[in-house]
Design a protein around this ligand. Structure first.
Ligand code: COA
Length: 340
């Protein structure tokens, strides 16, 4: 039987640290408000907001290089790329092809996944299906975001811009028939499109006009269209309901219980959401990994960044039962339960 094992993991974040104190110099906010509501103390922003080199694909490339080294594989060994992001280098094409070129892979397939905070879960689910069906042997799953170029750092945008940060994570998912190796035991994915506008960026999009409006009437394109908007309270309430649902679904379908878990890595949306879910599920502190304090919400990249840090710190070992879950814009949510 073919199993899907995580062979290598990598992460890369820009060097530039932006503290809550730094943000309070740019807008009317403060460390106390941000810490109390989100748990975030600092995040990374690429140094130059308009940098054309330190892009989303570039961050994904740096994380992928580390994941490949960690897996003891070369770019030529990869037979498929899946790239999850909501902040691509171009409106089109997606970042997958850019990563293929940067790494020097063969002319393999490169798929882009647009599922925002759930992007990594969706990407891993697709990778797992390709591996289990015997189609591909080594799939590179990269997730990367540059949020800092597209946030509203005026007072109007402060409820959103303090939350998000830049960063990337990547894993190599490989086929194996080794009975002692890890495997993906369960996946689930969900969506509820009626809430699309509760957390979204409208522009550029076919619904709200694009080049014509920008050319003819740029002054009428508002902050609410070009920057992300979020109904924070609404998102919070749905997140704390959907997280436990998808977690239990994954555990049940693999015949496992919460007690069997060695580690839970939630998408790093907000420390308060993670703590709420942890409490609801009855998980002890040592079985939940959070690092949002240092990176903010890096959307699709948050789970692989956390996975990378948790393994590096020895908090996840080979053979551990690990649950990854996410909720976000769409709304979309889902889980991957794996034996590491
Ligand atoms: N600094 C200081 N004050 C701020 C602020 C900031 N960065 N952002 C908003 N405020 C103000 C608001 O203007 C409002 O002021 P008012 O009462 O005078 O009108 C007040 O703080 C409360 O705003 P509100 O939006 O009701 O706060 P909240 O308690 O709902 O917290 C979030 C806001 C975003 C932290 C919270 O709703 C949340 O965490 N939601 C989930 C979001 C999330 O996780 N998104 C990721 C997607 S997966």
């Amino acid at each position: 039987m073919i199993k899907s094992v995580i062979k290598g993991i990598g992460r890369y974040v820009p060097e530039n640290i932006v503290t809550n104190e730094d943000l309070s110099k740019r807008m009317n906010t403060n460390d106390e408000w941000i810490t109390e509501r989100t748990g975030i103390k600092e995040r990374r922003h690429r140094k130059n907001r308009n940098d054309s080199e330190e892009t989303t694909a570039f961050l994904g490339f740096k994380a992928s290089e580390i994941a490949l080294k960690n897996a003891e594989l070369s770019a030529k060994d990869i037979d498929y790329i899946i790239f999850a992001t909501l902040s691509p280098d171009y409106y089109f094409p997606g970042c997958g092809v850019l990563l293929q070129e940067m790494l020097g892979c063969e002319t393999i397939g490169a798929l882009d996944v647009r599922n925002q905070c759930s992007g990594f879960i969706y990407a891993m689910s697709v990778a797992n299906a390709f591996i289990k069906s015997g189609i591909y042997k080594n799939i590179l799953v990269a997730a990367s975001e540059i949020h800092s170029f597209g946030l509203d750092f005026s007072d109007e945008g402060r409820g959103v811009s303090v939350i998000f940060g830049d960063g990337a994570g990547a894993v190599v998912l490989s086929a194996t028939e080794d009975e002692n190796a890890g495997d993906i035991l369960a996946v689930n994915m969900h969506s509820e499109g009626k809430f699309a506008e509760e957390l979204c960026t409208k522009f550029p999009g076919s619904k709200f006009g694009w080049s014509d409006r920008m050319r003819r009437e740029p002054e009428n394109v508002t902050n609410k269209e070009v920057y992300p908007i979020m109904n924070g309270n609404f998102v919070f309430k749905h997140a704390v309901t959907r997280f436990p649902e998808t977690m239990l679904e994954a555990l049940n379908s693999a015949g496992k219980t919460v007690e069997d878990l060695d580690m839970f890595i939630p998408h790093q949306a907000n420390l308060r959401i993670s703590q709420f879910v942890q409490q609801k599920m009855g998980l002890p502190d040592e079985k939940v990994f959070n690092n949002i304090q240092k990176y903010g919400n890096t959307t699709a990249a948050s789970i692989p960044i956390a996975l990378s840090e948790a393994t590096e710190q020895g908090k996840i070992k080979r053979g551990d039962l690990v649950l990854l879950s996410a909720f976000g814009s769409g709304f979309t949510w889902g889980s991957v339960l794996l034996r590491f």
